[in-house]
Write a protein that binds this ligand. Structure first.
Ligand code: CO8
Length: 258
């Protein structure tokens, strides 16, 4: 499918989705968020895709929701349109892993979009922030909840109340990103991580993603029970037999997603 606000390249089981509104530092407008939802749904259905990398440009992952598009809206407009609501839910409904590869600004809705992915690898020039407070609003697509879970109350509260940005070093130290890489290596590193995931048993990958996400949705006791049942269920797969046999035979496993 052809998109106007993003590009999609599929190679070796990895879909690389690049946000592409350079004139607005990839600000999220209704068209972009809708196209992103469609691109992710397509990737989820596509047998040639096992992992997704979502990125922007070297200057901006996304500088937030599109302020020009939002500025004149009323409460009734955003409430009845459910601005971004359903399309953002399509991102977290994606079953295949999504890696956010963040260079430059990830602000407001851009930071929230990165946090809605499964993990974030960032470039040395990355800057994260929730500056909505400077516009007289607050985060609206998960920022107050997700950032707080990533970095804790104190740092999250400071960022939401003052609008200050966090650089890559602080983002790694605080647990917002899994790692920081040189800016020129961002895409190769993120794609290499995606390829590594695509070589695993895709049944185990799905189960791992579901189980980690449970940590955010339920109690520790329920989450551990969910994990235990998923772990046990994986013993019904051919891939478990193959993975363990390959280890014992000192060879690489040949997973068949069965
Ligand atoms: N929306 C629209 N256009 C933008 C945005 C944006 N968020 N950010 C940048 N642009 C545009 C600028 O207007 C400019 O366009 P033009 O040349 O036509 O004026 C172009 O991108 C380049 O930007 P700058 O000239 O400002 O570039 P700088 O390098 O000087 O500054 C910054 C870069 C610091 C990133 C600066 O652009 C900036 O502060 N941007 C706004 C950041 C921001 O406040 N983001 C939060 C937006 S609100 C939000 O995300 C709410 C999310 C929840 C929505 C939920 C709905 C229910």
């Amino acid at each position: 499918m052809a998109y106007q606000t993003l590009t999609v390249e599929i190679d070796d089981y990895v879909a690389l989705i690049r946000l592409n509104r350079p004139e607005a530092l990839n600000a999220l407008n209704a068209q972009l968020v809708s196209e992103l939802g469609n691109a992710l749904a397509d990737a989820d259905q596509n047998e040639k895709v096992r992992c997704i990398v979502l990125t922007g440009s070297e200057k901006a992952f996304a500088a937030g929701a599109d302020i020009k598009e939002m500025a004149a809206k009323s409460y009734v407009d955003v409430y009845t349109e459910d601005l971004f609501g359903a399309d953002i839910d399509r991102i977290t409904a994606t079953r295949k892993p999504i890696i956010a590869a963040v260079a430059g600004y990830a602000l407001g809705g851009g930071c929230e979009l990165a946090m809605a992915c499964d993990f974030i690898i960032c470039a040395e020039n990355a800057k994260f922030g929730q500056p909505e407070i400077n516009l007289g609003v607050i985060a609206g697509i998960g920022g107050t909840q997700r950032l707080t879970r990533f970095v804790g109350k104190s740092k999250s509260m400071e960022m939401h109340l003052t609008g200050r940005f966090m650089d890559a070093t602080e983002a790694e130290r605080s647990g917002l990103v899994s790692r920081v890489v040189p800016t020129t290596k961002l895409i190769p590193e993120a794609v290499a991580a995606a390829k590594k995931i695509s070589e695993k048993s895709q049944i185990a990958v799905l189960a791992a993603k579901e189980a980690v996400n449970r940590a955010y949705e339920t109690t520790l006791r329920e989450g551990i029970l969910f994990e235990r049942r998923s772990f046990q269920a994986l013993f019904s797969t051919e891939d478990q037999k193959e993975g363990m046999a390959a280890f014992l035979e000192k060879r690489e496993p040949q997973f068949r997603d069965r």
